[in-house]
Design a protein. Structure first.
Ligand SMILES: Nc1nc2c(c(=O)[nH]1)N[C@H]1C(S)=C(S)[C@@H](COP(=O)(O)O)O[C@H]1N2
Ligand SMILES: [Mo]
Length: 298
């Protein structure tokens, strides 16, 4: 695994309302959601999208397929109490209360690009912790090679789950080395505030070099497996959505080009911008895929 270095990364907290960020981080500490480090890492050099964009233009099919459905309906989701079931090839399986599972991990701000497979993108100032800390706590066994995640199944509070839009619950997965990479985080907030429900409260995966659908929201189950887990979009349309789903401007979706993207918030007439290999994170993550055919493993 390549060693991630932050040396070429410039902290750009200037874009953010510093007081809001620090207040938010303090609020998370108050909730017991993690030791706060003031560290902020910007991996984009771009101005983050507004809080309004990030919380009103969402994909969260559990609340409906329209981009505005999550903002409209996710408020009814109960996120406290929350527990996460950990099972499969781990030495510490069990059903954990959220704060027992993640309570003392160092929380950082990470400003990441998010590129949806549909061809739009945003820049989001998450806060959260590296997934590898959580994996270390649950102790994967030597035979474990993949991590599978599941979203909450609660049709009473998730109107989309009362339809057959997707095969519920929403499932995603990573290879273990991808999951251990220091860029892979579990987000618990954004803009220094607790994660809004429409963005996947209380905890969601963020894998910035992959298409957004890999970043599964409102996680209730984490399973370590030896074989590649089944994932929602791949099961639904295997020719269109692969397990890897690495952002790649050279591999088009069967129905549209992936060479460029529309930046949300840039204005309707703003030109599309070129999509970058691995969403701009090639230097850090390309080594994970050495020798792999990225066209076959889309
Ligand atoms: N459970 C669940 N997770 C999900 C989705 C979903 O529909 N359900 N949509 C995915 C897609 S396609 C994208 S682009 C991102 C969007 O995250 P955001 O709304 O926080 O920007 O969430 C991903 N995680
Ligand atoms: Mo997406």
């Amino acid at each position: 695994m390549p060693q991630l270095s932050w040396s070429d990364v410039t902290p750009k907290a200037t874009f953010l309302n510093r007081r809001r960020v620090l207040a938010g981080l303090a609020a998370s500490a108050g909730l017991g959601l993690g030791q706060v480090s003031a560290q902020s890492a910007d991996t984009t050099g771009l101005e983050p999208n507004s809080f309004e964009d990030i919380t009103n233009y969402n994909n969260f099919y559990e609340f409906g397929a329209d981009k505005t459905d999550p903002a409209r309906y996710a408020g009814q989701l109960t996120v406290d109490p929350w527990s996460v079931r950990v099972d499969g090839l781990v030495d510490r399986p069990g059903t954990y209360d959220l704060s027992d599972l993640i309570g003392d991990f160092p929380v950082e701000e990470r400003i990441y690009r998010l590129r949806c497979v549909e061809g739009w993108s945003m820049v989001i100032p998450w806060h959260g912790f590296e997934l590898r800390h959580l994996l270390a706590r649950i102790e994967p066994q030597p035979s474990a090679r993949y991590v599978a995640f599941e979203t909450l199944l609660r049709p009473e509070e998730m109107p989309g789950q009362r339809t057959r839009l997707l095969d519920w619950p929403y499932r995603e997965g990573l290879r273990l080395d991808e999951a251990m990479h220091p860029l892979t985080i579990i987000a618990t907030g954004l803009y220094g505030e607790d994660l809004p429900n429409q963005n996947g409260a209380p905890l969601r995966l963020v894998v910035p070099w992959k298409y957004g659908f890999k970043s599964v929201k409102s996680i209730v189950r984490i399973t370590l497996t030896e074989t590649q887990p089944e994932t929602t979009w791949q099961m639904l349309q295997p020719q269109e959505y692969g397990f890897y789903a690495n952002v790649n401007p050279e591999v088009d979706h069967p129905r549209w080009s992936q060479a460029s993207e529309r930046r949300i918030g840039a204005g309707f007439f703003a030109p599309r911008v070129p999509t970058e290999m691995f969403n701009g994170y090639a230097e850090q993550v390309a080594g994970l895929y050495t020798g792999m055919d990225l066209r076959a493993n889309y």
